[in-house]
Every structure is written in C-alpha cells, then in structure tokens.
Ligand binder design. Structure first.
Ligand SMILES: *[C@@H]1O[C@H](CO)[C@@H](O)[C@H](O)[C@H]1NC(C)=O
Ligand SMILES: *[C@@H]1O[C@H](CO)[C@@H](O)[C@H](O)[C@H]1NC(C)=O
Length: 380
C-alpha cells in the first residue's frame, strides 16, 4: 500500500507538471513562442538565452564523422511493456501531442538511472516531403520524430530541477518515415487525436506497450550532448538517436499532420498544428558517438579514405619513378648509340674536317715561331 501511495503521488506530481505546463513554459512563464514568425525559432534566443547556446539540438548527424565507441551498450527500456492499472493521458499543449508516462518506466544502459516522464512527436505538413523530423542523418530529414523524455532520478528529485542541470535529461529520438503498412503501435496515439484537436485539451487513452513505438534494434544509435529542442532550450540532454527508423502509413502521417490545432478551442483563428520541428543546430566541436561501426556498404570512414588516398598517391609516385627511369634509360642508351657512331660520322666530323686544317694552320703558324723563339731563349 505504501509503495502504491508513493507511485500514486509520483503519478499525480507528473500529471500536475503536465497540466500546469511546467515542461513547456517553465520560469519564463507567459513568453509565447512558435516555430515561424515574429516569435519563431530564429528569435527564440532573444527571449530564451540558452536557445543561442553552443550545445543545441537537434543536429544533423554526419555518419562519417560519428566516432564509433564499442563500449556503448544497447539502450534498455525499463518497464515500457508494463501496462499497470491507469490509462495514459494524451494532451495537445499547443506545440505538440504529449503522452504522460508512468513513473515505473525508465531507461538503462546509460551512465545514470533515468525515469520516464513523457513522450511527444514532431512532424511536418506535406506528407513528409518537406521534412518533419528534428534530427537529420547526413542532411536527410524524415517525415516525423518521436521523443521519449526521461530525467536523471539518481541525482535529481524531479524533472523541473533536472532539466536545468548537466546530464539532467535523457531523450530517445526515433526517426519516422512512411511506408505502406499501418503501424499499430502509433495507431494507439493517432486514433485519439480527434479528441484533442485544440490546445489545452486532453484525453485518457488505454495504456499500451510503449516499447512497440521504438525500433527493433536498440543497439544501433548515435549519442551526443545537446538540449531541449523547444524553449527554454536547456542544454541538459543526453541524446540517443536510433539508427533504425520506424515506419507509419501515409494515412497515419496525414492524420498526425492535419488533426490538431495550435490554438485553444475558443480562438477563432486557430492555425493547424504543423511543422513543429526545429532546424538542425551547429555541432560546435561536439563529438557524436556511434554505438556501431560505420557501414562499409554505405560509407567509408575517414581512416579508410585516408588509406585509399595515400595508397593511390604511393602507387602514382611509384609508377612515375619507374616511368622516369625507363625513359632515362632509353634516352641514355640511345645517346650512347648516337654520339660515337651517328653524330661523329655524319655532321661534326665534316665540320671538324673543315676546321681542323685551319686550326692546324693557326696553331702551327703561331706555335712554331714561339717554340722556335722559346727554345733559344733559355739556352744563352
Ligand atoms: C523539485 O525538486 C526541488 C528540489 O528538491 C524542489 O525544490 C521543487 O519544489 C520540486 N519541484 C516540484 C514541482 O516538485
Ligand atoms: C557528455 O558530457 C559529459 C560531461 O558533462 C561527458 O562526460 C560525456 O562524455 C559527454 N558525452 C558525449 C557523448 O559526448
């Protein structure tokens, strides 16, 4: 019973947090923000200074520059498949659809123990054609992205404290693309969007296996230090972006893109809740780790490219040296052949024969008198 009460009060605290918008509005309460326009993402840093920081999220993951770290273990979702007694709460908070997660859900395989808090989605507006995911892989955006948010419960007592601290949060990022088949796991959420069309609305939905939202391969991922992707952009997130994508049907994506509005029900000019994704932020010398070696089929690592370039250069230089010596050898042997036999017999000798008599004459005429003069001089 005591355990239950703790769970219950914990759950209530989480619902309280979500109901009163602690997550999205924080200490900067009242500051309205959007993705485009006068309070759009390019202006966030004017109202939320951390949004202009150097460790922001999302990022474009450049797979060739990700550093393979064989010590990174598979991500271990804890209690994700456990349903419990209570339904989940789905909320339209004006920026996204958010689902509260029970406090028994957590994350293992990280440097600290993390407790799950909520999950939410980011998407586009054109069936995924214009993008929709926040993280991109080698410049390629996807139709949508799921974020499962956890806080460091080993160090901090609640998420509102943890989200402001170093390594306070751990978020799982799942890239979503479209395919032919309906994804039953995502249908658990998409089915109920009709009931939360307007900002501030919430609904209870049957609990379901949250792990089924994740890709099958939990051992292949990218890991880096970043931030919340919405204001106040606190740089407290240890990110895990899975390499494997999940797929939803075109109909499911369309529903996600068109079902919700960003304004409250009473607002007459409420806009569709679309394109709620932030653009990739500068990496700024951060390291992106990969839990798996780079795929030789798709890309070569920097080391491999260097080896290939150096190998090719060495080969070229070697070939050049060989060619040089071969040519030199041909030239020198042919010059040996040419000089004594051909040249002297044809041209120079004819000239020499013309000159030789003159020289002989000159030498004879000049040297003879000298010799004659020089010879008698020492004698006397
Ligand atoms: C979170 O924890 C801090 C520190 O323990 C406490 O001061 C604060 O009141 C708590 N916030 C909530 C919403 O429970
Ligand atoms: C994230 O930052 C912490 C220090 O706060 C560091 O120990 C850790 O190695 C970093 N992780 C990555 C993936 O860069």
């Amino acid at each position: 019973m005591g355990k239950y009460k703790i769970m219950e009060s914990f759950g209530i605290e989480m619902i309280f947090l979500i109901l009163f918008g602690q997550w999205t509005s924080c200490a900067c309460a009242g500051t309205h923000w959007t993705y485009t326009g006068s309070v759009g993402q390019s202006h966030w840093s004017e109202y939320f200074p951390e949004c202009g920081g150097t460790k922001q999220s999302p990022i474009d993951v450049k797979t060739s520059q990700a550093k393979y770290d064989p010590s990174l273990p598979p991500v271990r979702p804890l209690g994700y498949r456990q349903l419990g007694q209570e339904p989940f709460t789905l909320t339209n908070n004006g920026h996204t659809v958010e689902m509260s997660l029970p406090g028994w859900m957590g994350l293992g395989g990280l440097p600290w123990q993390f407790t799950a808090v909520q999950l939410h989605l980011h998407w586009g507006s054109r069936g995924g054609l214009g993008g929709g995911s926040e993280h991109t892989i080698d410049g390629h955006g996807y139709a949508a992205e799921l974020h499962v948010v956890h806080y460091n419960s080993e160090i901090y007592s609640n998420i509102s404290t943890a989200m402001r601290q170093r390594e306070g949060l751990a978020v799982l990022g799942v890239l979503i693309e479209t395919g032919e088949d309906t994804n039953p796991a995502y249908q658990n959420i998409i089915n109920h969007l009709e009931n939360i069309k307007h900002a501030g609305q919430r609904t209870s939905i049957p609990a379901f296996d949250v792990q089924s939202l994740l890709p099958l391969s939990l051992e292949r991922y990218f890991r880096y230090n970043g931030s919340l992707t919405t204001p106040p952009c606190y740089q407290s997130v240890l990110w895990t972006v899975f390499a494997e994508r999940v797929s939803v049907s075109h109909v499911q994506l369309r529903k996600l893109e068109t079902a919700l509005f960003s304004g409250h029900a009473e607002e007459s000019q409420s806009l569709p809740l679309q394109d709620n994704y932030r653009n990739p932020q500068p990496l700024n010398r951060r390291t992106v780790l990969a839990s798996f070696p780079s795929d030789t089929v798709t890309t070569y690592s920097v080391g491999e490219v260097c080896a290939m370039v150096i190998g090719t250069l060495c080969g070229c230089v070697g070939l050049a040296v060989i060619i040089h010596f071969v040519i030199k050898t041909i030239r020198s042997t042919s010059s040996w052949d040419v000089l004594p036999s051909v040249r002297p017999t044809s041209l120079p000798r004819s000239k020499e024969t013309e000159k030789e008599p003159k020289q002989d004459v000159v030498f004879k005429t000049t040297s003879d008198p000298e010799k004659e003069e020089a010879a008698p001089q020492p004698e006397p």
